[in-house]
Design a protein around this ligand. Sequence first.
Ligand code: HEC
Length: 147
Amino acid sequence: MAGSPSLAGQPKVFLENNLIMIREGMRNIPVMRGQLDGLSDPQIIALAKFYSAQVLKPVPGQRDEALYERGQLLSKQALCGTCHLPDYVGREQMPRLAGQREDYLLHTMRQFRNNQATGRDTIMAASLYGMNDADLQAIAQYLSQLK
Ligand code: HEC
């Protein structure tokens, strides 16, 4: 769905952390507010296990070669792959970025860069520091096209 992240194939630890943060009201995601109320820790762990075992079937939009190449270069220069892994499949608390929805990637990177990512790891604001919207658009295009 537009604006919503794919959960399939995300690392289990990342999902557990974020589901718990959402349940506790520590992340500011209006559409998710209250959705996880009453779920127990074991239920959250089971949900995380379920989604992490799903295989992501990316639905990339039209590829823009110039934007894609710029995004690839920027991601390389900013060493995004040191944490998210060189193929951007994520691990532990680092989310999968490969094949994620482009609109969601752009939205979430803007939040990090603008220091509006309530309840999220501050490490990402540092990684995106100094990037403008065009940079973020290029990175979102690149990552969304990866399998
Ligand atoms: C030092 C490790 C590190 C580096 C380097 C790093 N990230 Fe991250 N990134 C993280 C962690 C940890 C999270 C999870 C934050 C959270 O859940 O609060 C994250 C989250 C994200 C998210 C949110 C995804 C989602 O599903 O919500 C995006 C998008 C992202 N990173 C993109 C990037 C890009 C692009 C770069 C390079 C410019 C980058 N990251 C560099 C550690 C890193």
